[in-house]
Design a binder for this molecule. Structure first.
Ligand code: RIB
Length: 293
């Protein structure tokens, strides 16, 4: 079981010719609301890939509909609480090339109490994995508590901020990072140097560096494995990284070799960018198929 402590956002998505510049006002050609948040997106991806996932998080009363969305994707929502405070939301601009700019407001995502974390971890079993992104509060406490219970922690430090460096990162078993996050963690500015430096800084951790359309690279104490990405026509890149993580962890949980896990995750991420919204609708691992270009 993957226990995902993560954000749940209502995503307000605006399609525009280009991302708004400072001082500019432009009309959107389309507006839609989706279930989102890096946490919820990753939980839905894990479940759709076919692995068991319990999401731990907090929504506001206006976000109750997202529970149904997660449940229908196959996510265990029994550890999601409903507060009377407003939940998290995101304002997302998507341009004509499918690229995005995102503003988030944490709301209840940043109001998760330590006793709620303890309660969520009380029913964890050996073999479970704890997943965290960087859109909720009390992350150091979650890492420390999970580690003390002998549970491996996977951290996706997105969105990156200066506070991440002070997290108990030595207790993270798996990092999934992109180049921006890798640069912030290591001070290095190219994939090889980022991976080399991650090995030095976190010698026992496994690291996955995502490279967008160029694929992803994995490294651990023994090996370095690369899997190429796929070229597809992007409609909306929002949440593609979340889809990658969900499928990668689901494949890893089913004890597939790392090379296969990377390839599955790359394919899922490529399919994801052909769909609108951050929480994509994808098939189980064995049934994934790239759309024709
Ligand atoms: O990774 C995409 C997600 O980032 C969106 O769903 C948005 O809510 C923000 O959290």
């Amino acid at each position: 079981m993957i226990i995902n402590f993560g954000s749940l956002n209502i995503d307000h998505v605006y399609r525009l010719d280009h991302i708004v510049k400072p001082g500019e006002t432009i009309a959107a050609s389309d507006y839609a609301i989706f279930a989102g948040g890096k946490g919820a997106n990753q939980s839905m991806a894990v479940a759709q890939a076919g692995a068991a996932v319990r999401h731990v998080g907090k929504i506001g009363p206006e976000g109750r509909w997202m529970l149904e969305r997660l449940k229908s994707a196959g996510v265990d929502v029994s550890s999601i609480t409903v507060s009377d405070k407003p939940g998290g939301h995101a304002i997302i601009e998507v341009d004509k090339n499918g690229q995005n700019a995102i503003v988030i407001h944490g709301g209840t995502n940043t109001m998760i109490a330590t006793d709620e974390i303890d309660a969520a971890l009380a029913s964890a079993h050996a073999g479970d994995l704890v997943l965290i992104q960087n859109e909720i509060n009390n992350i150091p406490y979650i890492i420390e508590t999970a580690h003390a219970k002998g549970l491996p922690v996977c951290l996706n430090p997105a969105p990156m901020d200066p506070g991440v460096i002070a997290y108990p990162l030595a207790k993270v078993s798996i990092f999934v990072i992109n180049e921006t996050e890798g640069q912030a963690l290591t001070g290095k500015d190219n994939p090889k140097s980022i991976l080399d430096e991650m090995r030095v800084a976190f010698p026992t951790s496994r690291v996955v560096l995502t490279l967008g359309a160029a694929g992803a690279v994995y490294t651990d104490e023994k090996e370095r494995i690369r899997a190429e990405g796929h070229k597809v026509k992007a409609v909306d890149t929002t949440g593609a990284g979340d889809t990658f993580i969900g499928y990668f962890l689901a494949a890893l949980a089913s004890t597939m070799p790392v090379q296969a896990c990377l390839e599955i995750a790359n394919m899922a991420a490529a399919i994801a960018v052909t769909q609108r919204g951050a929480s994509k609708t994808l098939a189980k691992i064995g049934a994934l198929a790239l759309p024709e270009n």
